[in-house]
Design a protein around this ligand. Structure first.
Ligand code: IPM
Ligand code: MG
Length: 371
């Protein structure tokens, strides 16, 4: 039986509640003999700042290095908004990405059939939508230097630097091309090559890697402004999209909302696979810390539960267990809903009851398989 060590980083706000439900699901697989799991819990974000004065403590980094996979809740909240930029909760998130080299951010935008009506687009545009955004996560203007604001010639000047090395583009291109190969075989690379030289280089590198190693994948290119427009005009034209850190931040929120339910979307952030087979991996829901409903048993835990499914598939090589979770989530949506996705004729449930429904559904699926 595979033995794995998981670091839980609940973070702030609803992070605690949603991670608790996802852990219930992990325990279910332990109880059924699928995995042998050990857990550790660490601090990140505003709660880490309150406890030890930094959003990303050295101890958290040590725990992260020791884990086979990390499950993160969410960071941030109004009480930390006035803090200096260097110790804001979000810095904790950026730091863990950088320190662990989590360069590949996978953000699937999948429209659950039961939720088709929740989208702001007409059902025919989103029904069956299954799109994967691959966002580069450790480069670009997010981390480029020089950066900052300073006084120059009597006025404030702010600057940030968009920067990519060819090797950074090559490795994210390979991740995306590989994913496309396992799906419908189509990759759209998004850039602003008509204006920004950095992204012209991006386009050229993606073309080179494609020609050398992945000629079987159908590759296209799109400027980011057009891509944003196409996402809301006809999202089903896309299979996999790959783009840089900043464009990916923006486009992935847009794609997420197409599904009508930010509370449903998981994500994975992966590092390079080492020679010994190890690969740093962090899983988290796409939604934020929702401080307005924190601690009230109202939050939707399904995005975090689906992040566990991604963990099982990508880090623990357990595609069967992963699809059991996805099936269970699909099933429960027919009967129960948290407030954010409430629909006519469904029963309104809280965070922990939703978790219990997923567990009950896993029990049923298990019985059906045994029969
Ligand atoms: C995301 C978030 C983060 C980002 C923030 C919280 C730093 O928006 O994960 O998309 O910009 O990357
Ligand atoms: Mg974002």
């Amino acid at each position: 039986m595979s033995k794995k060590h998981i670091l839980l980083l609940p973070g702030d706000g609803i992070g605690h509640e949603v991670v608790r439900e996802a852990v219930k699901v992990l325990h279910w697989f332990v109880a059924h003999g699928t995995f042998d799991l050990t857990f550790d819990e660490g601090l990140i974000g505003g709660s880490a700042y309150d406890a030890v004065g930094t959003p990303f403590p050295a101890e958290t980094l040590r725990q992260a290095h020791a884990a086979d996979a990390i499950l993160l809740g969410a960071v941030g909240g109004p009480q930390w908004e006035g803090l200096d930029y260097s110790v804001r909760p979000e810095r904790g998130l950026l730091a863990i990405r950088k320190e662990l080299g989590l360069f590949a951010n996978l953000r699937p935008a999948l429209c659950f059939e039961a939720l088709v009506d929740a989208s702001s687009l007409k059902p025919e545009y989103v029904s069956g939508l299954d799109l994967m955004i691959v966002r580069e996560l450790t480069g670009d203007v997010y981390f480029g230097t020089p950066r900052g604001v300073q006084m120059e010639d009597g006025e404030l000047v702010g600057r940030n630097t968009m920067i990519y090395r060819a090797s950074e583009v090559d490795r994210i291109a390979r991740v995306a091309l590989n994913l496309a190969r396992g799906r419908l075989g189509r990759l759209c690379s998004v850039d602003k090559a008509n204006v920004l030289e950095t992204t012209e280089m991006w386009r050229n590198r993606v073309c080179a890697i494609h020609a050398e190693e992945y000629a079987d994948v159908a590759l296209s290119h799109m400027y980011v402004d057009n891509a944003a427009m196409q996402l809301v005009r006809n999202p089903k034209q896309f299979d996999v999209m790959v783009t840089g850190n900043l464009f990916g931040d923006i486009l992935s929120d847009c794609a997420a909302m197409l599904t009508g339910s930010l509370g449903m979307l998981p994500s994975a952030s992966l590092g390079e696979r080492q020679e010994n087979g190890k690969q740093a991996a962090l899983y988290e829901p796409v939604h934020g810390s929702a401080p307005d409903i924190a601690g009230q048993d109202k939050a939707n835990p399904l995005a975090t539960i689906l992040s566990v499914a991604m963990m099982l598939r990508l880090s623990f090589d357990a595609p069967h267990a992963a699809s059991m979770i996805e099936k269970a989530v699909n099933h429960v949506l027919n009967e129960v809903r948290t407030a954010d996705i409430m629909g006519a004729g469904k029963k309104l449930v809280g965070t922990s009851e939703m978790g219990d429904h997923v567990i009950a559904c896993l029990d049923k699926l298990k019985l059906a398989q045994a029969a």
